[in-house]
Design a protein around this ligand. Structure first.
Ligand code: CP
Length: 302
């Protein structure tokens, strides 16, 4: 993985993904190690973020590295009309690795083609979110003790949900059964479903969340993302489609964990937070260890 960009989760093989998870376990045991003193990591966020940006910055800081970057395009020269290409070429001069989030699908791939340092895609529009995927795999393996022979329920915005797209593309390498719960207008795109079909894995589609809950070892909730809708009326129609309430988990498996990439709006009721089956805040913490493993691998120090 040394010096290699991560734009799509498929840029890394299953074995390489598992190596990151194994290394993340080591960082979880010892998250503070001064192994990145000689490195500068740039975080370029053209779209809002709390977890991805701050967990990358926390990860690098705990390893002794330096951070440069911006958290919104308006504070960079993009606001003066500078192109993405010029921005990436310039920041390549100032850093050893660039972590970038951008609202446009394909922007991370473009950046990786012009950059002179590796690019980590921290989310490109509705396309991919590979580092969230790695921390989701880590969270699933940590809570279930395995990645094979599991039933995974994905709920919410499966059309625009880049996290779901990356997760499905990675999970087809394991023997999982998929359960997709969404309004008809937010179904998983056929381009992503193709990965499941190509591996002859089972998948089921639902509109009723209660029907899917008893099936899951993992219930992966997602937000209906207002920012992805061009028509606000269409968003209003589906925004409250699924709200997971604590009493709905009465019919769930004993081992189930509720995951969510966060931020949540109202799709998980606050009364779920105290249920031991809720795992979304620990999931966000796992992001630090996984991103430490990824950065250390790409920079070649682990
Ligand atoms: N999960 C995730 O990408 O969260 P942020 O948008 O806060 O980074």
């Amino acid at each position: 993985m040394k010096k290699r960009s991560l734009v799509s989760i498929n840029d890394y093989t299953k074995e390489e993904q598992l190596r990151i998870l194994d290394l993340a376990e080591e960082f979880e045991q010892q998250p503070t190690q001064k192994i990145l003193q000689d490195y500068v990591v740039a975080t370029l966020f053209f779209e809002p973020s709390t977890r991805t940006r701050l967990s990358f910055e926390s990860a690098v800081s705990r390893l002794g590295g330096k951070i440069v970057g911006f958290s919104e395009a308006s504070s960079s020269s993009v606001s003066k009309g500078e192109s993405l290409k010029d921005t990436i070429l310039t920041v390549s001069n100032y850093s050893d690795l660039i972590v970038m989030r951008h609202p446009k699908e394909g922007s991370a791939r473009f950046a990786s083609e012009v950059a002179t340092v590796p690019i980590i895609n921290a989310g490109d529009g509705a396309n991919q979110h590979p580092t969230q995927c790695l921390l989701d795999l880590y969270s699933i393996r940590k809570t279930q003790g395995k990645l094979d022979d599991l039933d995974i329920v994905f709920v919410g915005d499966l059309k625009y949900g880049r996290t779901v797209h990356s997760d499905v593309m990675a999970l087809v390498n394991f023997n999982v059964r998929f359960h997709f719960v969404s309004p008809p207008e937010l179904k998983l795109p056929s381009s992503v479903k193709k990965y499941i079909k190509d591996k002859n894995l089972e998948y089921y589609q639902y509109t009723d969340l209660n029907e899917a809950i008893p099936k899951g070892d993992i219930i992966y909730m997602t937000r209906i993302q207002r920012e992805r809708f061009s028509d606000p009326i269409e968003y209003e129609k589906v925004k409250n489609a699924y709200i997971l309430k604590n009493n709905m988990l009465k019919h769930s498996k004993e081992n189930v964990k509720v995951l969510h990439p966060l931020p949540r709006v109202n799709e998980i009721s606050l009364d779920v937070d105290d249920n031991p089956k809720a795992y979304y805040f620990q999931q966000a913490l796992n992001g630090v260890y996984v991103r430490q493993a990824l950065v250390a691998s790409i920079l070649g120090v682990k």
